[in-house]
Structure formats: C-alpha cells, structure tokens
Design a binder for this molecule. Structure first.
Ligand code: SF4
Ligand code: SF4
Length: 202
C-alpha cells in the first residue's frame, strides 16, 4: 500500500505541454477537442505574474489532486467514484451515470464528460485499441494501469523539465515526501479542507 502524490515544480515548467500530449495519447483523452480549455486530464495554463512593466510568464500544470477528502466522492450517487488502496481517486465507468454531480463538486475543475462523439473519435483514431466504450465522466487516474506495471504516470515520465515529481508520500525517502515534509511544496487552496495530494513549488 502506498499514498501516491505529485509535486508540481512551477519554477521548472517550460510550458512545452509534452505532458498533455503524452497523457492524451496514453489515456486516449479527447485531444481532438478544440482548445486547451477542452477535455484534458492534465492542463498547463499560461499565466502572467508581477506588475507591469515587470511581468513574466508562468506555466501552471494541473491534474486531479487525488484529494483525501474528495467532494467528488461524497456526491456520487452510485459509488462510481471510489478511492483505491493507494489513495488514488478513480471512477468505475460501469457504474457512472454521467450525471455530472462530481464535475460540479470538484473545486479544482479536474473532471469532464467523455461524450458519445468522443467515443466515436476514440474508435476512429485507435480502432480496436480504443479504451473508452461508454459515455462517462473522466479525469486523471495517476495512470493507475502504468503503476500496476511499475512505471510512473505518463506526464511525469515525459516531463523534460522535471517539473512533475511523482511518488509515495508515505515513503520518507521519496523525493515527493522530502519536498512536502520540508514545507517546500504546498497544496493549493488548503482552506478548502479537501486535503489534495498534489503539491506545488512556486
Ligand atoms: S481534484 Fe476534484 S476530481 Fe480530483 S479528487 Fe479532488 S475533488 Fe475529486
Ligand atoms: S457522473 Fe458518474 S462519477 Fe460523477 S457523480 Fe455521477 S455517477 Fe458518480
């Protein structure tokens, strides 16, 4: 049993969005959606910081925060949203009604609908290897299928800037645990009380 988490080092993110491409290819998420506000399990948003004329760009990566007290879980009427033994928040597609309560409940905007037209595109691009077969709500799984094979999530494996650091928060020797326990990496909006397991260095 582990307690998986991720640290996003915003100071190291180059804004290349290789993570978004790698995630969407591995997980067959709708890369065919029209813009970067579309249906992604991970996003990198470009922000401007500082006061004019001394402003600078910052690239801000986000995913599902795999909260320890996730509101998406408590509002789900069917038990489709569940937490596995390693603390990963997952969705059982067979139980998902697509009601969207969880999308509304998530304070981090981490979920989206995998719609009928997306299933058609998935089949068009991936043929018999298509991984999505029913309409459902979708989000990051920390690439749970890769973890089962002993390999890290696709976004972290692809990140050239080492801006995404993945590991077991309960292992004091892991890089994520060291960054979190030292106070260098902090959660976003802790006042929400959902206890995210994704932390940020800013
Ligand atoms: S970030 Fe949103 S979708 Fe992910 S566990 Fe937290 S509440 Fe649920
Ligand atoms: S859309 Fe699916 S996962 Fe979300 S609350 Fe409804 S049944 Fe649960």
């Amino acid at each position: 049993m582990a307690r998986y988490g991720m640290v996003m080092d915003v100071t190291s993110c180059l804004g290349c969005r290789a993570c978004m491409a790698a995630c969407s290819q591995w997980n067959q998420t709708p890369f065919w959606a029209e813009d970067f506000k579309g249906k992604w399990r991970t996003r990198v948003t470009e922000l401007e910081e500082g006061k004019f004329p001394e402003t600078h760009k910052v690239f801000f990566p986000t995913i599902c925060m795999h909260c320890e007290n996730p509101p998406c879980h408590s509002v789900c009427p069917t038990g489709a949203t569940y937490i596995n033994k390693d603390g990963i928040v997952l969705i059982d597609y067979d139980l998902c009604l697509g009601c969207g309560y969880c999308i509304e409940a998530c304070p981090y905007d981490a979920r989206y609908e995998y719609e009928k037209e997306d299933l058609e595109k998935d089949e068009f691009y991936f043929g018999e290897d298509a991984r999505h077969h029913q309409v459902h709500v979708d989000k990051c799984t920390f690439c749970v299928d890769r973890l089962a094979e002993g390999i890290e999530p696709s976004c972290a494996a692809t990140c050239v800037g080492h801006a995404r650091i993945f590991g077991d928060l309960d292992d004091p020797n892991s890089e994520v645990a060291k960054l979190v326990n030292s106070g260098k990496a902090k959660p976003l909006s802790p006042y929400l009380g959902v206890h995210p397991k994704v932390y940020y260095i800013k």
